[in-house]
Design a protein around this ligand. Structure first.
Ligand code: PBG
Length: 336
């Protein structure tokens, strides 16, 4: 525990260190920089297509050609990495999500094109089946609607390999199946992809805050049967998050993600303190939409609310933040 010096008012006046901007800057413990940002991109098939996500004002789904331009812009802003999410037409969805490992699939093509245009921009891709399954779950279902773990892991391995072949820098399993990190690491290594990094969503909660994302990728309408609570974590737990992170690190995860973000800062702090590995937070769609909805009503100031929310992640120990505010914040950091 911190030892507090035994001094009291009026000798000690904490406000002395708050009265001028220079001193506030000098004593600030955490800061936000463009180096901390990961920008998500929603991808559409086709050309020259831009479709706003209604529940996420300011976020558009983009076809690959426009995504490439956007990626270049993000790179020029100094953002180190992007995270890609596909929006698939229903006819490409199947019960087993096999489109996930199509070598010419939307994500695979997007990775190839973006890496050839902006090679220095890190590309992160989700490993999970929900954008690809007719039922919207992250894995395959048995006849009772339960997600089958080990069979799903085999498909996730195929998905990871196809992303690696396309040139992805980081695979990010967000599916919450048991044992998937080890299986993916082993398969990547066997195929010569030792340098593809694994960002494991170790602590991914069954959260209500993913609603707008499911609108964005079109998995909300399909989520009828089954229950994500049978694989995503219970919001009441945090010891369990440490066990999950410990397993993923032991299986070969290079970095850990906590998701959602702001409601789970305690989990982020515990994981960072316990394991000292690069730990990231995902400020998810619902967190973004809450702020944007209030901004639209004139109830919050966008720049200061978004900046404060991201700084809070840094204070809690995050090494970086995946956030839909990334382009806006990068612009505002540049102005400063
Ligand atoms: C699923 C996935 C989800 C998000 C990203 N990947 C949520 C889900 O379980 O439906 C949500 C991200 C967000 O809300 O911004 N693999």
């Amino acid at each position: 525990m911190t030892q507090f010096p035994n001094i009291s008012f009026p000798t000690s006046r904490p406000r002395r260190l708050r009265d001028k901007n220079f001193i506030r800057r000098l004593v600030r413990e955490s800061s936000l920089s463009v180096e901390d940002l990961i920008a998500p991109i929603f991808l559409l098939p086709g050309k020259n297509k831009r479709m706003p996500v209604e529940s996420m004002p300011g976020v558009d789904r983009l076809s690959i050609d426009l995504a490439k331009k956007h990626a270049l812009h993000l790179h020029e802003l100094g953002i180190p990495a992007i995270a890609l999410f596909p929006v698939l037409p229903n006819e490409l969805k199947t019960p087993d999500g096999s489109e996930a490992y199509n070598k010419k699939g939307l994500i695979q093509l997007a990775i190839e094109e973006i890496k050839s245009t902006v090679p220095d921009l890190g590309v992160i891709s989700d490993v999970a089946l929900d954008p690809y399954t007719t039922h919207g779950h992250d894995g395959v279902l048995d006849s009772s609607g339960a997600v089958i773990n080990d069979e799903t892991v085999q498909i996730l391995v195929k998905q990871s390999i196809s992303l690696a072949i396309a040139g992805v820098d980081v695979v990010a399993p967000s599916d919450m199946m048991d044992g998937r990190v080890g299986a993916i690491r082993k398969a990547l290594d066997a195929k010569g992809y030792q340098n593809v990094k694994i960002l494991a969503y170790s602590a991914k909660y069954a959260s209500a805050f993913y609603g707008p994302f499911r609108d964005a990728i079109g998995s909300a309408g399909t989520l009828m049967k089954g229950d994500k609570r049978s694989y995503q974590m219970d919001p009441g737990n945090s010891d369990e998050a440490l066990r999950e992170a410990g397993l993923d690190i032991a299986e070969g995860a290079d970095m850990i993600m906590v998701k959602p973000g702001m409601p789970y800062l305690d989990v982020l702090q515990r994981i960072k303190a316990e394991f000292s590995v690069p730990t990231f937070a995902y400020q998810v769609s619902g967190e973004y939409s809450m702020i944007q909805a209030a901004v639209e009503r004139g109830w919050l100031d966008q720049k200061s609310a978004a900046t404060e929310s991201l700084l809070a992640f840094k204070r809690a120990g995050a090494d970086g933040i995946l956030t839909y505010f990334a382009p806006m914040i990068a612009e505002s950091l540049k102005e400063k």
